[in-house]
Design a protein around this ligand. Structure first.
Ligand SMILES: *[C@@H]1O[C@H](CO)[C@@H](O)[C@H](O)[C@H]1NC(C)=O
Ligand SMILES: *[C@@H]1O[C@H](CO)[C@@H](O)[C@H](O)[C@H]1NC(C)=O
Ligand SMILES: *[C@@H]1O[C@H](CO)[C@@H](O)[C@H](O)[C@H]1NC(C)=O
Length: 354
């Protein structure tokens, strides 16, 4: 048979398709777009143990903030992670801050010395073996957010940030109880046009624009994505959402953040984990308010709070949240690690959807 033009075209197409790099490794705006397909994890154990920490990469030079803050929290986290044999860290964002004069926000690139200096160099023992399921905070967006995704995809997947919105499904124990984790980027919801005029936030504004995230339609699209995932996960025993900005008390009233709580309540999310405010706070599930709203943003800085909490630490407290989750109950404890003798300051339970 003589090769016809169609054959030639097909062969060329085949070669092109198999040799061109596919999207996952291209370093364009696609990198920050939501990933629909869940990442699946299977665990033999009947329970998962994890630490939630946020706002941790600050080396401290402002009054009252010292570089030892981050080390203190890291040491206590290491002890807890070893004791409970933790499975992962839930990282609620603001991974890298500006720390001293001449320094920069976020990271500049995958080679930024901050990767080693304030992540790998600080979190040791079990914390250096387990994945950090990460989202981006505003300080990460103030610099090169794409570099954080690139680092995760191409340099160290333990810093797990395959995009700014993604879903994980964990199956635990012989019964394969399903836990769904929906990781979202709340930077698109939290800041209105006035906020984005602040000097510090100009780079965030520019990046939102660059990725086409600056329109109201883009916010609606992201809300739709979240709702679609919530619908898709209705067969999960647990649904957990993780985002940077808090929904505790009055913090839930900020701009497009007001759209999130009704969604979480409608689709019976068990808990929302957040950071951003540099404190440890909580809004409890109760009659007519079925979601537990956790805030753990005291990984290296202190103060700034959400009024209207059910529980919270006093000013000037550092720390993190430790959680164990199984088929029937989520047990949590907040750990104050301001002093060298860390202590549990609040404990509670959350129950699954049905
Ligand atoms: C940001 O990071 C990406 C991905 O690593 C890189 O391609 C890009 O050059 C960086 N941008 C700047 C302005 O350095
Ligand atoms: C934007 O939010 C800030 C609070 O962060 C508020 O003071 C301001 O009035 C809001 N502006 C608009 C245009 O809604
Ligand atoms: C889940 O944990 C609770 C509290 O530790 C325990 O009472 C319960 O038996 C556990 N459930 C399973 C299925 O292991």
């Amino acid at each position: 048979m003589k090769p016809c033009l169609l054959h030639v075209v097909l062969v060329i197409l085949y070669i092109l398709l198999t040799t061109l790099p596919i999207n996952t490794n291209s370093l364009t705006g696609d990198l920050v777009e939501p990933i629909d397909k869940p990442f699946v994890e299977n665990y033999e154990n009947k329970e998962l143990n994890f630490i939630t920490v946020g706002d941790w990469g600050y080396e401290g030079t402002e009054p009252g903030q010292t570089v030892t803050n981050q080390y203190k929290v890291a040491k206590a986290m290491e002890a807890w992670a070893q004791y409970y044999h933790d499975d992962f860290v839930l990282n609620t964002g603001d991974n890298f801050y500006i720390s001293y004069v001449g320094d920069h926000e976020g990271v500049t690139s995958v080679d930024d010395p901050k990767w080693n200096r304030i992540w790998k160099g600080v979190y040791k023992g079990r914390l250096a073996e387990i994945p950090w399921y990460t989202i981006a905070g505003n300080h990460d967006w103030y610099n090169n957010i794409t570099a954080q995704v690139d680092y995760s995809l191409n340099y160290d997947s333990r810093f797990f940030l395959p995009s700014t919105y993604y879903v994980r499904e964990s199956y635990i124990g012989p019964d394969k109880t399903k836990i769904a984790w929906i990781h979202i980027d709340t930077d698109i919801f939290y800041y209105n046009s006035t906020d984005l005029e602040e000097t510090e936030k100009i780079p965030l504004k520019q990046q939102l624009k660059k990725f086409g995230w600056d329109s109201l339609q883009a916010k609606e699209d992201k809300l739709k994505w979240i709702e679609d995932r919530l619908v898709e996960q209705q067969n999960s025993k647990w649904i957990i959402v993780v985002g940077h900005h808090p929904l505790v008390g009055l913090c839930a009233m900020q701009y497009y953040m007001v759209r999130l709580r009704p969604l979480f309540e409608k689709y019976r999310v068990a808990a929302y984990f957040s950071g951003h405010a540099h404190t440890l706070q909580l809004e409890l599930a109760k009659l007519g308010q079925p979601v537990t709203y956790f805030l753990s943003g005291a990984g290296s800085r202190m103060e700034e709070r959400c009024p209207g909490q059910d529980w919270g630490v006093p000013d000037k407290v550092l720390g993190f949240l430790h959680t164990t989750i199984n088929d029937t109950v989520m047990t949590y404890e907040y750990v104050d690690s301001t002093t060298l003798e860390p202590k549990v300051v609040y404990k509670g339970h959350v129950y699954p959807r049905y």
